[in-house]
Design a binder for this molecule. Structure first.
Ligand code: ADP
Ligand code: TRP
Length: 320
């Protein structure tokens, strides 16, 4: 079974990325053959400053490796190191109905928020489908926000196969329910674009500050509180053991336990949870040549894979 996912280098990685995507990907390394890439072509749709883009790419490479991606088990590369993906995206675009793109939430939401849409943003799901189909992925671990993109990838694979025979692998999504939407510090979905994230690699003081700024209702210390509507509790679920979770639940319900106490408990768990990853990241930071070399070797493997599929696709559509 082949597992693939990508992540955009569009900001500092946060715990929503970790629990929504990175952790599953790392855990799956023993289960199948794995592809993971930094979606830098996709990040261009947000028109980043070149310097920022370069920094985010490096940052993401370090972060994923630190979070347990093993380059011996996972082909970990940069999307733009395999430009063949653009060729497949073009071919897929030629039989993608415009209406299918117009219905894509990612585009609609950004336009609704007042972002100026470029054609790259509009056709974003086609490039994403190409990412998935180029490497013949069976399973794609992502967060819930990517569900529609996965449906589009499936749709395009099926359309292509109906025309040209059984060439593309129709992928399945993997969206674990319990981490489908990690809430941000304001209670909305955690996202780089909403400025509400808890960065995985924040320094101690900064992490404490961000945890203390999590939005709660205004119930006083002595009042009983509802864990199921408490943002701090929702985040605590991700890092606490079942016993610790039950304990916080009871304390909140009993009263005389303030949100400040809950935040302190959350901070401590988060800090401890990401400790080994922080250590690993520091080691890697001091060894950037190793990281660059590793990405280069992995890109070579990805290009070989890409050529296998593209040869078939070119042949099928009549380009060869
Ligand atoms: P962001 O919304 O911060 O820009 P990305 O779009 O780069 O995040 O997402 C990278 C991966 O992390 C995707 O698989 C996405 O579904 C997952 N992800 C992002 N935010 C969350 C979240 N709040 N909860 C669960 N998964 C998330
Ligand atoms: N669109 C994804 C996101 O914003 C990133 C991505 C690009 C991706 N290509 C992909 C995810 C292919 C999975 C598979 O999170």
């Amino acid at each position: 079974m082949r597992i693939l996912t990508g992540i955009q280098p569009s900001g500092i990685p946060h715990i929503g990325n970790y629990f929504g995507a990175i952790r599953q990907t790392a855990a799956m390394q023993t289960k199948g053959d794995n592809f993971l890439f930094i979606a830098d072509y996709h990040a261009l749709t947000t028109s980043p400053k070149p310097e920022d883009l370069r920094n985010y790419i490096n940052d993401l490479a370090l972060s994923w490796l630190a979070c347990g991606i093993d380059p011996e088990r996972t082909i970990f590369f940069r999307q733009s190191d395999v430009p063949q993906v653009c060729e497949l995206a073009w071919i897929l675009a030629t039989f993608t109905p415009v209406g299918l793109m117009e219905r894509a939430h990612s585009y609609k939401d950004k336009v609704a928020k007042g972002f100026e849409a470029n054609c790259g943003l509009f056709t974003y799901p086609i490039l994403m489908a190409a990412d998935i189909l180029l490497y013949r992925a069976d399973l794609v671990p992502v967060g819930k926000d990517q569900k529609q993109h996965l449906e589009i990838a499936r749709d395009l694979a099926i359309r292509f196969n109906n025309h040209f025979g059984d060439i593309l692998t129709v992928p399945e999504e993997l969206i674990p329910e319990e981490v489908a939407v990690v809430p941000g510090i304001d209670g909305q979905k955690m996202s780089k674009s909403y400025n509400n994230t808890i960065p995985i690699f924040a320094k101690e003081k900064a992490l404490r500050k961000v945890v203390m700024s999590i939005v709660t209702d205004s119930k006083g210390l002595e009042e009983p509180k509802d864990p199921d509507t408490c943002n701090v509790y929702a985040l605590y679920k991700l890092v606490a053991t079942p016993e610790e979770l039950q304990e916080m639940r009871e304390k909140l319900q009993a009263g005389n336990y303030g949100y400040g106490h809950a935040k302190q408990a959350l901070f401590e768990k988060l800090w401890a949870f990401f400790e080994p990853m922080r250590k690993r990241r520091e080691e890697l930071e001091n060894n950037m040549d190793f990281v660059r070399d590793l990405m280069k070797r992995n890109a070579e493997k990805a290009r070989c894979e890409a050529e296998i599929l593209l040869t078939k696709v070119r042949q099928a559509v009549g380009l060869r």
